[in-house]
Design a protein around this ligand. Structure first.
Ligand code: SPV
Ligand code: MG
Length: 544
């Protein structure tokens, strides 16, 4: 988790253990369940051996290796800030293994470990406990001492678990062992019982007094009112396996229903929404990080394709469909445009359609309609597109629905970080159809070797520039940043409000921006595009 707790997990745990009220910790068995336990308000987690082995699908007999348990604990620790008490079984070996365990737990910020006085490989206390052999008491004391000597964090705790009742011994044996473990340095005693009543642990506590904190696991004597534990001065209750058992019951129910019903409707409302899973995984944090650290590639760019007009000059070809749907090499112009955008990763494509709009229907595009297309012009369509994108929040490339281009064009636009960028073809004298775009440009530097890598800006744009100042022709591409888009929306609204201006085009917008001293970066190219403006162009486009 991102928030850094002010006190370490080990000292948090020590505080809980030594507090003068009854405290509760709850089982978890992986990162997700650990986070859920913390979110519920628990101040500590029991990393249960039973639950961790069960979620791996193996028995609670040390079948999962101790390093597998350790790796699982690392996920739990990473997902939480509250202390984790590991159910360390028998310490996974002798005193030497115990020492290595303690060091490894400290490295993973695990607050405490509980070890039980049985033999490796252990068996769960509720499986024929009576038949289970106990560890030699002195050997177990050595293990506790070794663990305490190995810890480098003074707050790390070792809880000694007395299995005397589980293994069929009496109160005297339980007390004898507990006292020995206490003398060996244990920070608390977990006294376990498999009875359905709390008699054994209450009798033990009565004799034990307040020598050191007592921890209990009331799984089998679950009907005992919690106040009884409180009144007897128990320090800590462990709800030892209830996250796992809840998950198992829920999974079994869902699996059975799905198998039977062969549909999702009956379970959808009974399972956590996917958004809740994302929240638990902290997906939002990654999104913020991606914005901060990933290069802004084309995936973060949108495109608006202006395709509302008919393209009358193509005659019959545009009688039943707009120019953007005229086929070149067997597929519509719009498809070629989408392919070029897709080729550099731009998927968010808005097409502004008008004339015969129902025929503009390629999949995976967003359509915005300009139903006034006959009485309005490009700027009106562009405004609709920009407003649809709500701002827009991404860099956006604006282009025409009748201009074919190579992926080099959007790729270069995406790499350019300026707020406003246009493409200018310096080979304008070879472009037959430059006149339609009406966009001769004069730039700060003509296209030459000197222009390579230089920052070039648009100086003026229009139909009637003196020939000697023409550096190229505007190709119909404009990339705007979110900041520039906001400005452009305002400028367009002002332009359209002027009388006689309702059919204004993008060249007027660019002129207005230059007039207002808004820098417009220029990228030069020679070729890589084709403006479909006549039947001759359609034929020529076959070779593009
Ligand atoms: C565990 O949760 O793994 C325990 C408690 O050790 S018990 O299952 O009761 O033994
Ligand atoms: Mg266990």
């Amino acid at each position: 988790m991102s928030s850094i707790p002010s006190i370490s997990p080990s000292s948090q745990f020590r505080k809980l253990l030594l507090s003068n009220q009854l405290e509760f910790i709850c089982e978890a068995h992986n990162g997700l369940s650990a986070k859920i336990v913390q979110e519920a308000g628990f101040l500590g987690i029991w990393a249960s051996g039973l639950s961790i082995s069960a979620q791996f699908g193996v028995r609670d007999n040390n079948e999962a290796s101790w390093t597998q348990v350790l790796e699982n604990l690392e996920f739990m620790s990473d997902a939480t800030t509250i202390p984790i008490l590991l159910d360390g079984d028998t310490g996974y070996g002798n005193f030497n293994n115990m020492q290595r365990l303690v060091r490894k737990l400290e490295q993973r910020k695990i607050a405490a470990v509980c070890i039980e006085d049985k033999l490796f490989p252990k068996t769960n206390s509720f499986i024929k406990g009576n038949a289970q052999p106990m560890a030699d008491m002195q050997e177990f004391c050595g293990k506790i001492k070794a663990g305490k000597d190995a810890q480098s964090d003074q707050d790390f705790s070792i809880i000694a678990r007395v299995e005397a009742f589980i293994c069929g011994w009496g109160l005297a044996e339980a007390l004898r062992r507990a006292e020995a473990y206490h003398q060996a340095g244990a920070d608390g005693i977990l006294i376990h019982s498999a009875l359905s009543v709390p008699d054994e642990i209450l009798a033990f506590k009565q004799e034990w007094g307040n020598r050191c904190p007592i921890v209990i696991v009331p799984t089998k004597y679950y009907a005992t009112p919690t106040d009884v534990f409180r009144q007897h001065g128990i320090s800590m209750v462990i709800w030892a396996n209830h996250m796992l058992r809840t998950a198992v019951a829920a999974m079994q129910k869902t699996a059975r229903t799905l198998k039977e019903d062969e549909q999702l409707l009956s379970i959808e409302d009974k399972v956590a929404p996917v958004s809740e899973i994302f929240r638990l995984q902290n997906a939002a944090e990654l999104q913020v990080a991606e914005d901060r650290y990933l290069p802004k590639g084309a995936e973060g760019t949108a495109a608006i394709v202006l395709a509302a007009s008919r393209g009358k000059e193509l005659g019959e070809l545009t009688e039943l469909q707009p120019k953007t749907m005229v086929k070149i090499q067997g597929i519509p112009i719009l498809s070629h445009i989408v392919d070029a955008y897709n080729a550099v990763g731009i998927k968010d494509i808005v097409v502004v359609r008008g004339y015969k709009k129902e025929t503009v229907n390629l999949p995976n595009l967003t359509y915005v309609d300009n139903d006034d297309f006959e009485d309005t012009g490009e700027l009106d369509s562009l405004l609709k597109g920009l407003q649809f994108l709500k701002g827009p929040a991404k860099d956006t490339i604006i282009s025409y629905g009748d201009v074919l281009f190579n992926k080099y064009i959007p790729q270069s636009l995406c790499q350019e970080t300026a707020d406003c960028v246009i493409f200018v073809d310096s080979n304008w004298q070879e472009q037959s159809s430059y006149a339609r775009l009406g966009g001769f440009t004069e730039c700060s530097i003509p296209n030459s070797r000197r222009a390579f890598n230089a920052k070039i800006f648009l100086k003026q744009l229009g139909d009637n520039l003196p020939k000697e100042s023409i550096h190229g022709v505007w190709m119909g591409f404009l990339k705007v940043s979110p900041v520039a888009a906001t400005l452009i929306i305002e400028v367009i609204a002002e332009l359209l409000a002027k009388p006689g201006n309702c059919k204004a085009g993008i060249p007027q917008l660019l002129q207005e921006l230059v007039k207002r001293n808004h820098p417009i970066r220029v990228l030069y190219t020679a070729g890589h595009w084709l403006d479909i403006n006549s039947l001759e162009d359609v034929v020529q486009a076959g070779n593009f």
